[in-house]
Design a protein. Sequence first.
Length: 1078
Amino acid sequence: MAKMEVKTSLLDNMIGVGDMVLLEPLNEETFINNLKKRFDHNEIYTYIGSVVISVNPYRSLPIYSPEKVEDYRNRNFYELSPHIFALSDEAYRSLRDQDKDQCILITGESGAGKTEASKLVMSYVAAVCGKGAEVNQVKEQLLQSNPVLEAFGNAKTVRNDNSSRFGKYMDIEFDFKGDPLGGVISNYLLEKSRVVKQPRGERNFHVFYQLLSGASEELLNKLTLERDFSRYNYLSLDSAKVNGVDDAANFRTVRNAMQIVGFMDHEAESVLEVVAAVLKLGNIEFKPESRVNGLDESKIKDKNELKEICELTGIDQSVLERAFSFRTVEAKQEKVSTTLNVAQAYYARDALAKNLYSRLFSWLVNRINESIKAQTKVRKKVMGVLDIYGFEIFEDNSFEQFIINYCNEKLQQIFIELTLKEEQEEYIREGIEWTHIDYFNNAIICDLIENNTNGILAMLDEECLRPGTVTDETFLEKLNQVCATHQHFESRMSKSSRFLNDTSLPHSCFRIQHYAGKVLYQVEGFVDKNNDLLYRDLSQAMWKASHTLIKSLFPEGNPAKINLKRPPTAGSQFKASVATLMKNLQTKNPNYIRCIKPNDKKAAHIFNEALVCHQIRYLGLLENVRVRRAGYAFRQAYEPCLERYKMLCKQTWPHWKGPARAGVEVLFNELEIPMEEYSFGRSKIFIRNPRTLFKLEDLRKQRLEDLATLIQKIYRGWKCRTHFLLMRKSQIVIAAWYRRYAQQKRYQQIKSSALVIQSYIRGWKARKILRELKHQKRCEEAATTIAAYWHGTQVRREYRKFFRANAGKKIYEFTLQRIVQKYFLEMKNKMPSLSPIDKNWPSRPYLFLDSTHKELKRIFHLWRCKKYRDQFTDQQKLIYEEKLEASELFKDKKALYPSSVGQPFQGAYLEINKNPKYKKLKDAIEEKIIIAEVVNKINRANGKSTSRIFLLTNNNLLLADQKSGQIKSEVPLVDVTKVSMSSQNDGFFAIHLKEGSEAASKGDFLFSSDHLIEMATKLYRTTLSQTKQKLSIEISDEFLVQFRQDKVCVKFIQGNQKNGSVPTCKRKNNRLLEVAVP
Ligand SMILES: Nc1ncnc2c1ncn2[C@@H]1O[C@H](COP(=O)(O)OP(=O)(O)OP(=O)(O)O)[C@@H](O)[C@H]1O
Ligand SMILES: [Mg+2]
């Protein structure tokens, strides 16, 4: 993107005013205040029109960076805040583009920053001019010439630690493109007196200290020097070390610079040898020696130093020694040799040292020029940089100050001339009427000094050349005569009545009222310094040296070229060179940098108003402003003017279509600026008063604020709108993306759900199919299995007989059969007896036959019993039936029963039929007799028994007398209700009769029988079969028996054995009949 061109102006953000021309009101106070205000804000540069005032900041400011160089590059002079770069750029561009040679005049007092300014200008030009290997080398050489010249020509003074002790003018040459080609340096009046003597607190030239500090031991030995400063008379000791200055490092820098500039090694060495020789000269001391003619002749005290000097320089020692003792004066082929006294010898020594050094310096400048001179013959454009000593006013001002101040006068002259000329030219160029400007012209002072007939310098020369005794006093007298009437010259002896009473003026002094102030000069030394005498013997001695450099420095020492004419005086030389310089400068477009020193302490941030005021005065800066403002204070080309103020008028804002001049006219008319306040030039508008300009500026500022508000408003609107649009766009994008995302997500969900459902369905279907298939398969398998089994069975059935496997079953069945067979056969042989009571039974041979075995036993037993029963007759059967009945009735009830079991029931024990005695009885009974037995009938009264025949028929019970066989009682069976008996082993029993029956009238019967069981059983059976009623049989050891009316209890007790084994019966009382049973 192309860098936006921002039109700025010097008038923007000004601190104070950037251009003194605009100062209102203009006086010394406001001027100084403005400078101070700017200085306090680190604005060390201020303009007076195109002149730059520079106030030394005494500290490094960040305003010289490559970025700054870029800022000021190709910008108009008034576009940015005042800067030395703006001036450099302006100069360089008008040189390059308008083909105008330039000169940059830097003035100011010692320590004001001239040398620094000149270096800044050079470095700026070097930075902006063309590039390329060759060009860079030229640049490098031009820049590196500075350290070399500073080492030899600068020294520490009380005012400046790096004070230039010579004037320097450097022409930098460029080709048509603006690329540097080379340069030429001119030097003016080196302060050579410093070589032999320095004021208090000051030093000799830097190079001496640099050499002693920085040279290697080897080099020092070679130069027969010692490192110790105190060894040398020419070196001041009280300020040998300068704060913040590293002499040793600077020495290396200088040697390096010499190399870059193009000095050969041997040349550099020669230079150092001369420096060493000068140092050592100072150590030569003289002593007086009386001569025959009574005069004192000087002799060298210690010839060692002289010897070393001669060895170093290749001079014949005797020649040099003689030159320090004698002086040869030649006049018209005559040579007169006079001896030198000690003072003269010292003078000669110092003169030699000074000359040697100053000539070396000039040689250096020439040598550098040789290196840096342009190689081509094409036409060159030139930019001259003049860094010359500023106006000097000391306590004691001597010849040097006079010369320096003269030079400054000339510079002021040229400044005035050129400024006015330029101003005038501009007016003419712009077609503006030229009005006279009232200002102080210092031409009169220049004339006082340089006038060829009665100027001070001319008179000094005259004095120097005049035969006879010439002293400084005679010179002063002459001045008093010639210049007395000059309004800028004052002296005590001046004839001008105005100054006659001026006792403030010491004798042997004169005062010149320079443009910058009054300066009092001590006349002492003027003549000598102007003469600058070096005895010919010395120059000849030097010429004889084998050291080529030294030899070349003293060409006048060549006897072949002997010139009896006096060499030009220092004053006339200087005048001539200044004249040349002025001529040179007049052909060029001047640019001024006026340096101001803010304090005497070399300190930052201190602004000494008195000191600055003094400088402003002698630099004539107020004059400068006045000249500049004489006609019109401010001028500006129409385009930038219109550009800057067009917003003040509706017609011109924002665009003016027509020519700029017409635009400005419209603008000024609109703003109702009075006609006399401005004038229209050809390309520029001229404003008479700064006030008008400031009014314009104020209006502009006001309008700018309004415009800024407008811009802000529009910008804010635009910003909000674009922001809104952007937000909306973003919102749409986000929404679209979000929708897409949401849809995608939804789709994914549906898809995955569908997949799930699908998979379930598929799974279900598949499983169903699988199930069916499985079922089918199982059916097939089952069918196959069944078929296989069926086939197998069939086949097996078919083939079984062929297989051994079937033998098992057969063998088993066979074996089983055999075992059963054998069992049964064995059983046949082992059969027990057929007696049902035989318990024997063969043992069981096999377990599996257990149930069979038991069953067989049971069956056999049943069979055996049947067999047994089958043997019985009917009678036997009856008997057994009765027995069975008896068993049922009495078993386990009556103790007598078991003994009855074995007795067969006979029933008819008494064989009535056969016994004739019972014939009658037998006849009486028609029925069948079941029982016929003899029983004991118990008497109820006493218990005694009577035998009776007991007969039982089918229907009756009969009792008969045993002897007679007479029937005593007959009881139908229906009247028998019950039979009672004891449980014991006795044969007693009672037959209870039905109450009320006939038989019962005599009461129940009580009997005892041996066959009780049989009788009771038969009675029971007969009753049952006859009456169909079961006769009750009570078995109890106590029962009641009905005797007639009484009931008697029959009780059976355990009787004792002594009564025999027959039970006894006894009537105990009415109610009790006791039967004792053994
Ligand atoms: N622009 C500057 N920025 C920073 N320091 C500066 C600037 N100009 C000058 N100085 C300081 O002031 C000192 C003196 O400056 P400079 O040597 O240029 O003075 P001068 O005017 O050349 O003096 P003289 O007439 O004695 O040679 C410098 O050594 C430097 O420390
Ligand atoms: Mg300087």
